[in-house]
Design a protein around this ligand. Structure first.
Ligand code: NAD
Length: 368
């Protein structure tokens, strides 16, 4: 069988540095686990603008559509801050998400024991935490019409519209229920059905999809404001949280930071299944291009490495190998290996980006 096609868009700033470590790991899975990938590199963001005058060339877009999965580093940087909005580096990323119709954004919040002290919450509240926020990514108030700033009488009015169709809610709900079945079988759906009609519809559709298709999954509903409070109070009560674009934006940032450093957070954005049954998929770290540390060997590659672990699990059905990679990261952290962002008062073994990648490779070797 042909190798799966992986399109790598390392992007700007620390993107290429962290991606270099992921490439070593991809090579390891090929050499040691017989899992070959056909890897192709291309440009996105500022580097694409420098070469083509656009943050995402049409050819790159076509390659992304044809790939089995896309792995992205980060885009942006001060050099591009004054570009016209239409060619800003972030537009490349937005185009990928939109044209691939990646409606389900998965943001895990997982706390490695060795880093529990990094959280702003008490250690026992976050140690062992493993939750997944599923955010609807392509609809809702960020896209609804009418929108704009209008004049009414003698003053201006700013308008955005929260809008969801039943099918938009149903598909992201299915995505959450499917995930829950692979995890601890619990979904909590969050909206504001007490004050928003779109929330009432959201709740009804999630309940219907549950009752008709996923009655084996435990479903609860929560108002999103209470959800935010519960996330900080006792996050371990959750397994999978499904919510709309706006609430998901806020709740996933809040949940992610429970776990400590930005350099640790992976994400996946999934769309509808392709002809081969795999979902359209883009995997990327949550962090940006970190221009303040770019080119210095200081970046933590773990968020990008864990994004590849998500690709193994969700695009390539290699859950056991994803576990192997996540355990290798856990071991390295437990051994005290630390890039600068992870260096706390208790100290540790200071390493560069490349040395962190090598330590993960050594832990992978040790796992065989
Ligand atoms: P950022 O995530 O790049 O950096 C925030 C802080 O976290 C910085 O101090 C940085 O050094 C640190 N940091 C981030 N990733 C790290 C890592 N892997 N290891 C160690 N430290 C890390 O956010 P920002 O500074 O607000 O934005 C910088 C640029 O990145 C901007 O141009 C912004 O538009 C862009 N950006 C891109 C994405 C993306 O590509 N998805 C996301 C956010 C920001």
């Amino acid at each position: 069988m042909a190798n799966p096609k992986l399109l790598i868009l390392a992007g700007d700033g620390i993107g290429p540095e962290v991606m270099a470590e992921v490439k070593k790991i991809i090579g390891w899975f090929g050499a040691k686990r017989g899992m070959g990938f056909d890897v192709e590199d291309d440009l996105v963001g500022g580097c694409a603008y420098d070469k083509y005058g656009t943050p995402l060339h049409d050819d790159t877009m076509a390659k992304a559509q044809a790939a089995d999965a896309v792995l992205l580093g980060a885009v942006g940087g001060p050099k591009y801050d004054n570009l016209d909005f239409s060619v800003k580096p972030e537009r490349g990323l937005l185009r990928l998400r939109k044209e691939m119709d990646l409606f389900s954004n998965l943001r895990p919040a997982q706390c490695f024991d060795a880093l529990a002290d990094f959280s702003s919450l008490k250690k026992d509240v976050v140690a062992g935490l493993d939750i997944m926020i599923v955010r609807e990514l392509t609809s809702g108030v960020y896209f609804g019409e009418p929108r704009g700033i209008f004049t009414e009488g003698n003053e201006r009015v700013g308008i955005n519209t929260q809008r969801y169709t039943e099918s938009e809610v149903a598909r992201v709900a299915r995505s959450a229920f499917e995930l829950a079945r692979r995890r601890n079988n619990k979904v909590c759906s969050m909206e504001k059905a007490n004050v928003m009609e779109s929330g009432i519809l959201w709740r009804e559709v999630v309940q219907k999809i549950h009752d008709e298709e996923y009655p084996d999954v435990q479903l609860s509903h929560m108002y999103a404001d209470n959800g935010a409070m519960q996330l900080v109070r006792w996050p371990k009560q959750f397994d999978v949280i499904v919510t709309d674009n706006l609430f998901g934006d806020l709740l996933s940032d809040c949940a992610a930071m429970l776990t400590g450093s930005l350099g640790m957070l992976p994400s996946a954005s999934l769309g509808a299944p392709m002809a081969n049954g795999r979902p359209k998929a883009l995997y990327e770290p949550v962090h940006g291009s970190a221009p303040d540390i770019a080119g210095q060997g200081k970046a933590n590659p773990i968020a990008c490495v864990l994004s590849f672990a998500m690709a193994l699990r969700y695009s390539f059905d290699q859950g056991a190998e994803a576990d192997r990679l996540e355990k290798a990261v856990e071991k390295v952290l437990a051994d005290g290996v630390r890039t600068a962002d992870l260096m706390g008062p208790e100290g540790g073994v200071p390493v560069s980006t490349g040395q962190m990648g090598d330590a993960i490779l050594a832990a992978l070797d040790a796992s065989l």
